[in-house]
Design a protein around this ligand. Structure first.
Ligand SMILES: [Zn+2]
Length: 583
């Protein structure tokens, strides 16, 4: 068993600033190639350690049963201390594999964690100086299955859920530094935060470490607890956890199944019945309008209208008259009085998208409406009472806008009463299949087409694409593919990625030797392939190569000619012709 006092040797002299992480992560191949699948004995190995591959759903239900039988606190202790042990084991392994370079040695910790499928830890701020005993890390845990498990079963709670991850980081860096290092999760998706954020520093730089030390349950940590009780009392699991209410209403179908989606929906349902101003924060295309509509339809105002204004789409000089209305003669061309969108939304909801685009004068007027509930039309002399619930959305950080004096601070606080972060699509993978089905249905009917569905390769590509344009990009891509595909044929990668989208390359699959290797379904080196063909045979007629390719494609699609044609980038007709000609 590795011991943290086996301090890792100082391999590099570090600068004043300590070690920097600017280079990003090294290639994972040196670690991943140590993952072996032995089908004859039914075992999977990561280096010298036997591991198991089983569905996250099983992991989740085991975890929930454990929480329910042990109680939240003892379950947390179990996972944290197991994570700590694993972190120490991984530190030893990392040193063996990458001991010569401190940067990649340290990077192996999160990479080994990622290979277990638990999540990825990405540094946000990083300073490590082993000799000087300095460690100060801020990191984000991406895709944590621990947070997902909690959210899927309990919704949003009031304590962080990434126990194993925090324990793993603590164990890993304690071994490296040769002294207790504590990683504490300060934000967690399971608490409704937009991300899981951890900070890591030496244990003695924290206050109130009793609980943390109890969770890690390692002698070097427990020593730091003053007057700790010697004997552990037997605890009964609490009958009820202090959790936010979870919603079991599944009657209304919503296009989302991911934990990220569920958290947003839970917040939307919670705030809908109140009159609170809501601020949606998320990148372009994440579905802010969908959630606003849903919020309105669940509110007591649902019988009245929701009026949507995209503040960025209306020219500056028209925005104020659009929002607040105008009296006849207010300016040249104002030939008649008309109400603004605030008045039209009276009794209902006004959704202000891209709120950061509002000019400063318009911000001032909006603030007054929110404070007084009164609108004054442009050129008007009296005020009009309005009862409007405001939902705003932004894809930029409004705090930055406030700092740069582009957004009024007082208005920011008015709007930020109930902020809801909407995560990007790439962290909501479970939503993709549902959205695919929905968009396929929608555009098949709109364009009067009947695609047969998606090939497996297309599904894999859609699940691994990073979606910089989020749901809107997915929707556009599926609409395009529906137009391109022939009736009754499957949608293939070629129908989807037609605008030069860059597919990620770090997808792994098990090769014939049972080893994990980079899958290259989209990135074939044709030159190399041609060279090899010519090396094997002195003469390789082009036709032989073509025929072989066609045969493999037909075999692979189990005789389905449409699907084989799609694989080859041909139409069904073209392939039919080739097959008949060769007979
Ligand atoms: Zn978390």
């Amino acid at each position: 068993m590795p011991n943290m006092r086996n301090k890792a040797p100082n391999l590099y002299k570090l600068g004043q600033d300590g070690l920097r992480y600017d280079d990003g992560y090294p290639d994972i191949e040196d670690i991943s190639r140590h993952l072996r699948f032995e089908s004859a004995t039914g075992s999977v190995w990561q280096n010298d350690q036997k591991v198991m591959v089983f569905p996250v759903s099983i992991y989740e239900s085991l975890r929930i049963k454990l929480i329910e039988s042990l109680g939240l606190d003892d379950a947390r202790k179990m996972y944290t201390s197991e994570g700590y042990e694993m972190g120490q084991i991984d530190a030893v392994r990392s040193q063996k594999l990458r001991g010569k370079n401190l940067h990649s040695f340290i990077a192996a910790g999160p990479q080994l964690l990622a290979l277990k499928g638990i999540g990825m830890v990405d540094p946000l701020a990083f300073k490590v100086d082993i000799e000087g005993g300095i460690i100060n890390i801020e990191a984000e845990a991406i895709g944590s299955v621990e947070a997902d498990a909690f959210i899927n079963n309990y919704g949003v709670g009031d304590a962080p859920a990434c126990w194993f991850i925090a324990g793993h980081a603590s164990g890993f860096f304690s071994w490296i530094m040769g002294k207790p290092v504590l990683f504490r999760e300060v934000e967690c998706r399971a608490m409704g935060h937009s991300r899981c954020r951890l900070i890591g520093k030496p244990l003695d730089e924290y206050d109130n470490v009793e609980k943390d030390a109890k969770y890690i349950n390692h002698p070097d940590f427990l020593r730091h607890i003053p007057n700790r009780t010697k004997r552990r009392k037997l605890q009964k699991p609490p009958a009820k956890y202090n959790l936010a209410s979870t919603d079991t209403d599944n009657s209304k179908q919503t296009p989302g199944a991911s934990p990220g989606f569920k958290v947003v929906m839970q917040k939307v349902k919670k705030v809908a019945k109140t009159n609170a101003t809501v601020l949606f924060i998320g990148r372009t295309g994440v579905g802010k309008e969908f959630f606003s509509q849903t919020l309105h339809s669940l509110s007591n105002r649902s019988k009245k209208a929701i009026i949507t204004v995209n503040c960025a789409a209306i020219p500056d000089n028209l925005l104020e008259s659009e929002l607040f209305g105008v009296e006849r003669g207010a300016y040249t061309g104002a030939t008649e009085s008309r109400p603004g969108r605030f008045e039209r939304a009276n009794g209902g909801t006004l959704f202000l998208d891209e709120i950061a685009s509002l000019t400063l004068p318009a911000q001032g007027k909006l603030l007054r409406i929110l404070q007084e509930g009164e609108v004054e039309r442009l050129g008007g002399t009296s005020t009009i009472k309005v009862d409007v619930r405001v939902i705003a959305a932004t894809n930029v950080d409004l705090r930055d806008e406030v700092d740069n004096r582009r957004f009024r601070e007082d208005l920011f606080y008015r709007l930020n009463v109930f902020p809801i972060h909407i995560p990007p699509l790439r962290s909501r993978l479970e939503d993709i299949p549902l959205l695919m089905t929905e968009f396929l249905k929608k555009y098949s009917s709109r364009h009067n087409k009947s695609a047969a569905g998606f090939t497996e390769e297309a599904v894999e590509a859609l699940l691994s694409y990073p979606w910089p344009g989020n749901i809107r990009e997915l929707e556009n891509m599926i609409e395009r593919s529906v137009i391109l595909v022939e009736d009754d044929e499957l949608i293939h990668t070629n129908h989807l990625f037609t605008s030069g989208e860059h597919l990620p390359e770090n997808i792994f699959s098990v090769d014939r030797q049972g080893k994990l290797s980079s899958s290259s379904f989209h990135n074939i080196n044709w030159d190399e392939l041609a060279h090899r063909a010519l090396e094997i045979e002195e003469s390789t007629p082009l036709l032989n190569f073509e025929n072989a390719l066609i045969k493999v494609a037909v075999d692979k699609s189990a005789g389905n000619i449409s699907s084989a044609a799609a694989t080859l980038g041909m139409t069904r007709g073209q392939l039919d012709y080739r097959l008949k000609k060769d007979k």
